[in-house]
Design a protein around this ligand. Structure first.
Ligand SMILES: Nc1ncnc2c1ncn2[C@@H]1O[C@H](COP(=O)(O)OP(=O)(O)OP(=O)(O)O)[C@@H](O)[C@H]1O
Ligand SMILES: [Mg+2]
Length: 507
């Protein structure tokens, strides 16, 4: 890819809507010609908005978008050499496959050189001739493997075939860049897998740039040359699938891409880090006493006989996955997800080890508290560590309304969802946690294990009995080892489901 020219550049692109909320924040990116690039991120993080700005359906609030070095930020969509395949594609039900694909071309005018009566040459806009249209439609249908079906009514096609018609309709315009917004989300699992492979082949055959959007990490990893991981409108990391999987820059990326074990750690010596109750050698050099996030991939955990590894734990769960077993081993209060081809019984005590190059250490993001092992109990509270906190589960459904019976209603689809036992990631702003000397006043209690003065306030790390840390900004002063109560405003707990929303639908 390195020797290819840059086709699209986004420079400091920001977008906020009328309500003033910034949904895309200082987006910078260079896309190479012919690249398969993917924006990956949770629902609402700004993926579609970014794509719509490239297509011209939405104008950036600030910043610029360049195509081959030319600023196209203000060009209308039809003047941009890009085409979009949407999340929800709309075909013309009364037209057959051929006519659906040919539709746009029949309206299209192209510049042609003509000679007038006086013999002067000039440029005139003319419709494409029937032969050119036929050639282009046949070629597009061949690329999407529908050349045998051109006379079929689109209403008789399967979901996958309809999606292919939608793609043919976009590529028939010979765009330089094809924008694809979750084009496979309406398909079932098997069809999605097949279409992933086919899209990859289409990309190869066409040789044009594909700009893809998905919230499915597996899809992003298998198809892309490069992935942009986005959260709350901000790019977290740009890199090849291997980079992003092996070297995530923060706990959010690690958690979002693939399965991982994420722990709170502390640097306790030169190239030594403490987590899950043991002191481990590592290869990343961080300052002594620094609080860090630790990521260990399940496939990098080595299970051995008790007493022969770094720490011992008990196997509490075992699932056969075909090639390997997936185990959960409890070490102290921490869960360790591991894979092993060997068969161990549930209840066995085993040891855990990890090669030092497989312990990924990252700066702790002290901009918010993040709890990746939280869950919702039967009272719709979020359990962090072992402590329940009041929270608003309605936020898990876009536009959702909490019902009296504890379920959440989607007012658009009229479906209801129930989140008991749902695994979630909970985040809490540092400014939204309140400490108090009145030990009964909060949801839980903790001990201050660290404090620093930052300009005009203290930043505390408060550790609960279950070993969860709360980082708190406060103007008030406490000392190390003070016992305090911890409370969090219900509205300040942001929740994200670890599984698909559909898993919690009630019907
Ligand atoms: N026209 C609009 N007016 C106001 N807010 C909007 C508008 N369009 C999008 N938003 C908001 O911008 C944020 C980003 O939306 P966007 O559609 O880009 O997210 P996404 O990453 O594509 O999510 P999904 O995975 O659910 O498709 C959301 O909070 C959304 O509500
Ligand atoms: Mg979207």
């Amino acid at each position: 890819m390195e020797d290819k020219a840059t086709i699209i550049s986004l420079r400091n692109v920001c977008k906020s809507f009328e309500d003033g909320v910034t949904v895309v924040d200082d987006f910078n990116l260079d896309v190479k010609e012919g690249e398969f690039i993917t924006i990956l991120g949770p629902s609402g993080c700004g993926k579609t908005t970014t794509l719509r700005m490239i297509a011209g359906f939405e104008l950036p609030t600030s910043g610029s978008i360049m195509l081959n070095g030319e600023d196209i930020s203000l060009l209308p969509p039809y003047k941009r050499p890009v085409n979009t395949v949407f999340q929800h594609y709309a075909l013309f039900p009364h037209l057959d496959v051929y006519d659906n694909v040919a539709f746009g071309l029949k309206l299209k005018k192209v510049p042609v050189e003509v000679t007038d009566r006086k013999g002067n040459k000039k440029i005139k806009m003319k419709h494409l001739d029937a032969h050119t249209i036929d050639e282009r439609v046949s070629h597009a249908l061949q690329i999407v493997d529908l050349d045998e079906m051109e006379d079929r009514d689109v209403s008789t096609l399967s979901g996958g075939q309809q999606q292919r018609v939608a793609i043919a309709r976009a590529i028939v315009n010979q765009p330089k860049v094809l924008l694809l917004d979750e084009p496979l989300s309406a398909l079932d699992h098997k069809m999605r897998k097949d279409m992933q492979v086919e899209l990859k082949e289409m990309h190869k055959k066409l040789g044009i740039t594909f700009f893809y959007v998905t919230h499915d990490q597996e899809e992003a990893l298998t198809m892309s040359d490069r992935i942009i991981v986005m959260k709350n409108g901000v790019i977290q990391q740009i890199g090849t699938p291997e980079d992003i999987y092996n070297e995530p820059v923060n706990a959010f990326v690690a958690d979002f891409i693939g399965e991982s074990n994420i722990y709170n750690g502390t640097m306790v010596g030169k190239l030594q880090v403490r987590f899950i109750g043991a002191k481990w050698d590592c290869i990343d050099d961080f300052p002594l006493n620094e609080k860090v996030d630790i990521v260990v991939r399940p496939e990098d955990v080595i299970i051995g006989p008790a007493g022969k590894g770094m720490v011992d734990g008990e196997i509490v769960s075992k699932i056969f996955k075909g090639v390997h077993y997936e185990y959960i081993v409890i070490v102290g209060k921490n869960e360790v997800l591991c894979r092993d081809t060997k068969d161990h019984p549930v209840g066995a005590t085993v040891s855990i080890s990890v090669e030092k190059e497989n312990i990924q250490i990252m700066h702790k993001e002290l901009s918010e508290n993040q709890y990746t092992d939280a869950w919702i109990n039967s009272s719709n509270q979020v359990v962090i560590g072992e402590d329940p906190f009041e929270c608003d589960v309605a936020q898990l459904v876009p536009g959702g309304k909490l019902q009296e019976d504890g379920s959440v209603l989607d007012p658009v689809s009229k479906r209801t969802y129930r989140f008991k036992d749902a695994d979630v990631v909970a985040t809490i702003d540092l400014d939204k946690v309140t400490l108090s000397d009145d030990l009964e006043s909060g949801a839980t209690q903790g001990t201050i294990i660290n404090l620093v003065w930052i300009g005009d306030h203290y930043q505390y790390i408060v550790r609960t009995d279950d070993d969860e840390d709360f980082v708190v900004n406060s103007p008030y002063s406490w000392n190390e080892n003070d016992l305090v109560s911890i409370s969090v405003d219900k509205a300040a707990i942001k929740l994200r489901l670890k599984k698909d929303l559909e898993e919690y639908a009630e019907d």
